[in-house]
Design a protein around this ligand. Structure first.
Ligand code: SF4
Length: 332
């Protein structure tokens, strides 16, 4: 018996080039999902406004770059719908309607609301209606397609719970229509940055998916390893080494076992380990870079893919919104 196809919706904000952390944290999962399910992946450009509302110039430039990163990584527009949130206006309409029935208390207790506001305080004024209400827009994004599942990491569960609560409240008030999307808990493969902190472009410790190999090689050479292994003759511990998580994701299991054995017995040195990692990275990035070059040679293709995806998303959204308008007696 074949498993039932889920309708899955997920998005990313266009905030700049994606790096390896994004690939293994989110994209790798999307690539697997597109093979089995009815997936819609969107560029969350309206969401980018929650923090970038005062200077919106960059957002538009980041949109094709994000789609380029996705497709170069292996997302296939023949297998999933790739679209842009702001080009399917029904997201805004459903957001407005859901905002009318969402209690403010639900939004204020959102754990990331205060956290992010605090983190960015001094840099950005986030005491805005849009920032408080972004989980409502997120709920609209997801349930607009009557999606049944959402890929989430453990830390995003409260957000999804809020989406489920909003869907439940709509269904209670206006009749059962939206499935409460369930969490597809994904094992997030966390890749540390080159310096051991969280991988982030702003820390300057990341490797972008589109970065040329000759720029990556010197970065790998300066990566932190097990700090207790000062000499080649010292035994190392891959479990405290910043490089080994990269091997676990990029190097085959047999070689990883060899590395572990060699490191813990001091028969394998960090220089060789870094060389092997660079070979693994090259194997991983070569096809991504090749797809990237092909897409860059035809820049219009990205916009065409988006237009086609927008049209498909719009058709599905329009059908569902018609039912919502009818349920709310707004079908004039
Ligand atoms: S040999 Fe490899 S795993 Fe061991 S400490 Fe050096 S870089 Fe890390």
């Amino acid at each position: 018996m074949t498993a039932q196809k889920e309708c899955i919706v997920s998005g990313m904000r266009p905030t700049g080039p994606l790096h390896l952390g994004h690939h293994f944290g989110v994209l790798a999962n999307w690539l697997a999902l597109q093979e089995q399910h009815d997936c819609l992946f969107f560029v969350a450009d309206w969401h980018a406004l929650t923090t970038e509302y005062s200077d919106t110039r960059k957002i538009k430039g980041f949109v094709p770059g994000l789609v380029l990163d996705w497709i170069a990584a292996g997302l296939d527009p023949d297998k999933c719908v790739i679209f842009q949130q702001s080009q399917v206006k029904e997201h805004a309409e459903l957001h407005l309607l859901l905002s009318m029935l969402t209690p403010i208390g639900w939004l204020e207790r959102n754990p990331t609301y205060k956290e992010v506001a605090q983190e960015l305080s001094g840099q950005k004024d986030l005491a805005t209606y849009g920032f408080l209400g972004y989980p409502v827009l997120m709920a609209a994004d997801i349930i607009l397609y009557r999606s049944t599942a959402v890929p989430v990491g453990q830390d995003q569960l409260p957000h999804l719970e809020l989406t489920r609560e909003i869907a439940r409240r709509y269904n209670f008030l206006h009749g059962d229509f939206f499935p409460e999307p369930r969490a597809l808990l994904t094992e997030e493969a966390k890749l540390p940055g080159l310096d051991g902190r969280k991988m982030s472009k702003s820390y300057g410790n990341s490797i972008a998916l589109g970065e040329p190999l000759e720029e990556i090689a010197p970065k790998i050479k300066t990566m932190l390893t097990d700090k207790n292994r000062l000499r080649r003759t010292d035994k190392g511990d891959p479990d405290v080494c910043n490089l080994f998580p990269y091997h676990k994701l990029l190097t085959d299991a047999e070689k990883c076992a060899e590395i572990r054995e060699g490191c813990t017995t001091a028969t394998w040195g960090c220089v060789d380990c870094k060389k092997t990692l660079m070979e693994s990275l090259t194997r991983f990035l070569d096809p991504i870079h090749a797809r990237r070059r092909a897409l860059e040679a035809e820049p219009d293709r990205l916009w065409r893919i988006l237009e086609q995806g927008n049209a498909k998303a719009r058709a599905r959204a329009a059908e569902n919104m018609e039912a919502v308008r009818k349920a709310l007696n707004f079908n004039y």
